[in-house]
Write a protein that binds this ligand. Structure first.
Ligand code: SF4
Ligand code: SF4
Length: 208
């Protein structure tokens, strides 16, 4: 595909995602990270919106979120595969396996030991910065977003990280509120169970 056609495909993907309720979108260059893939299409949905939709559908936030996000990711993979591109994604439903890689339109699924770091990919795609809470902090919603990344070998025009946004300068709120603050202070990777805690997310003033 030529440059112009790839620009058009990127625009089509953007419209496709926005129509389905995605709030933020970008394309990351990942050619230095993965042998088989050149780009990651990264998208984010507002956590507040997902909470409200889950409540309206009388289901749990976790169940609603994983269905909502996975469905969009699978539809996006379909769109790209129909154009002859390879895609891969680590879906919420795949959490217990390394990675499902859809290698072609026959939907042959193969497991690869690849890792997808959504925060790193979202930073590359220009969705936000990595905050002191180790989460993606977006200008629009702060860290209150749910992320998904779809890898592809389609060489879509890549976005750039944002440089004019530095909300953590002079702010330590997320560190101060964390019960494991001493781990932050030592600068070690956190090996703690954050599942029942969202204090560093809720306290972040960005996007409120
Ligand atoms: S609470 Fe402050 S330091 Fe922490 S991520 Fe948000 S802006 Fe950055
Ligand atoms: S979720 Fe809670 S325990 Fe985990 S890093 Fe944030 S404040 Fe600390």
């Amino acid at each position: 595909m030529k440059g112009e056609e790839l620009e058009d495909l990127k625009l089509e993907i953007k419209r496709f995602l926005l129509r389905r309720g995605v709030d933020l979108f970008g394309v990351a260059d990942v050619s230095d990270l993965y042998k088989d893939f050149k780009r990651a299409v990264v998208f984010a949905v507002s956590q507040e919106k997902l909470n409200a939709l889950a409540s309206a559908h009388r289901t749990t936030v976790i169940a609603f979120t994983s269905n909502f996000i996975d469905r969009i990711a699978v539809l996006l993979m379909d769109l790209l595969e129909r154009r002859g591109y390879k895609t891969a994604a680590l879906l919420f439903g795949d959490e217990m396996v390394p990675l499902h890689l859809v290698t072609d339109r026959s939907r042959y699924v193969k497991r690869y030991m690849l890792k997808i770091n959504h925060v790193e990919l979202a930073v590359r795609a220009g969705l936000g910065i990595k905050g002191k809470n180790n989460l993606l902090v977006t200008p629009q919603y702060g860290p209150r977003v749910v992320l998904m990344s779809v890898l592809t070998n389609a060489e879509l025009p890549a976005d750039k990280p944002i440089t004019s946004f530095n909300p953590c300068k002079g702010c330590n709120k997320c560190i101060e509120v964390c019960p494991y603050r001493s781990e932050f202070d030592r600068g070690k990777p956190l090996n703690i169970d954050c599942m029942k805690c969202r204090m560093c997310v809720d306290i972040c003033p960005v996007g409120k």
